[in-house]
Ligand binder design. Structure first.
Ligand code: NCD
Length: 309
């Protein structure tokens, strides 16, 4: 599965959702389901470095858990901006060149869009983009799509409301790109104007003939979708505090919203949440976000196996 006819790997680096096609997604999801309960030594002797220039809980720990469950080892720095030589002025490129000689795969989170692609250009080992500023977060999108398929039994034809901060929220951007590979998918982007989805994503959807609409209120669409994918307003990325105030709490999911949601629909969120998703929703069986987070380990096991085995 990992090697093509000409002997090249299917994936050298994981930088963008755009690298994935249906065939690869199907095989990855099948592998993730198979590997979920595996605890063995198939990646023994392999080392994964996590280089995180931005905070993370789920992404870093689920990558580490995935590697450890397959018998590999992990090393890394969780506050690379202050605890690595970045603070002394070392460039990302120099850091990556060095870490390439210490590890067999690098998982990178960075605050600048395009950082993972820059890293991949100088790395001698696979680089996995664990979030590049407001750019992309492809492995989150993989686990999100895997969750939709598991929870609803299909992706074809699903109606998804992507909500919250669609301007700076990289998870929704990457997920929209993956969803566009499935027939008859319909997307609604629900956000105040100031954080509505970027033209670059809409242009891709247009190219692929995907039907979408834009909305500013969840009320208008909540009863008509199979998935509500809520996201946090990315406070740390606003340069204008007025814009943040306009975006803040504009769309909130609580018990009132849940009453209007279809009984078979689900609520997802990449987490962490702040006030855009009320804790009163947690006990509702349609709240899929903790199951979603758990799926991250299996998906990352499948990805590490694909890149390293
Ligand atoms: C997200 C991220 O870092 O982009 N979290 C995650 O990886 N699960 C979402 C966020 O920070 O709001």
């Amino acid at each position: 599965m990992t090697v093509t006819a000409v002997g090249r790997r299917v994936l050298e680096h994981v930088i963008s959702s755009e690298q994935f096609g249906r065939e690869l997604l199907d095989s990855l999801f099948a592998r993730a389901a198979d590997l979920q309960d595996v605890r063995d030594e198939r990646l023994k002797g392999r080392i994964m470095a996590t280089l995180f220039y931005e905070p993370s809980t789920r992404t870093r720990l689920s990558f580490e858990s995935a590697m450890l469950r397959l018998g590999g080892s992990v090393l890394g720095t969780e506050a690379a901006r202050t605890f690595s030589s970045a603070i002394k002025g070392e460039t990302l490129e120099d850091t990556i060149r060095m870490v390439s000689t210490y590890a067999d795969v690098i998982v990178l989170r960075h605050d600048e869009m395009g950082a993972a692609a820059r890293a991949a250009r100088v790395a001698s080992v696979p680089v996995i983009n664990a979030g590049d500023g407001p750019g992309e977060h492809p492995t989150q999108a993989l686990l999100d799509l895997f969750t939709i398929e598991r929870e609803l039994g299909r992706v074809d034809g699903v109606r998804v409301a992507l909500c919250g901060d669609l301007r700076f929220g990289r998870t929704a951007r990457s997920l929209a790109l993956l969803l566009s590979l499935y027939p008859d998918v319909r997307l609604v982007f629900v956000a105040p104007d100031v954080v509505q989805v970027g033209g670059d994503i809409l242009a891709r959807l247009d190219e692929r003939g995907i039907r979408y609409t834009l909305a500013s209120q969840l009320d208008d669409v909540v009863s008509q979708v199979d998935v509500v994918y809520q996201t946090r307003v990315q406070k740390e990325r606003f340069t204008d505090p007025h814009e943040f105030e306009q975006a803040r709490s504009a769309i909130r999911i609580d018990a009132t919203v849940m009453r209007r949601l279809d009984p078979r629909a689900i609520v997802m969120h990449p987490l962490p949440r702040v006030d855009e998703l009320a804790t009163e929703v947690d006990s509702d069986p349609r709240a899929a976000y903790f199951r979603q987070a758990a799926n991250g380990v299996a998906i990352r096991m499948a990805l590490l196996e694909l890149l390293l085995a």
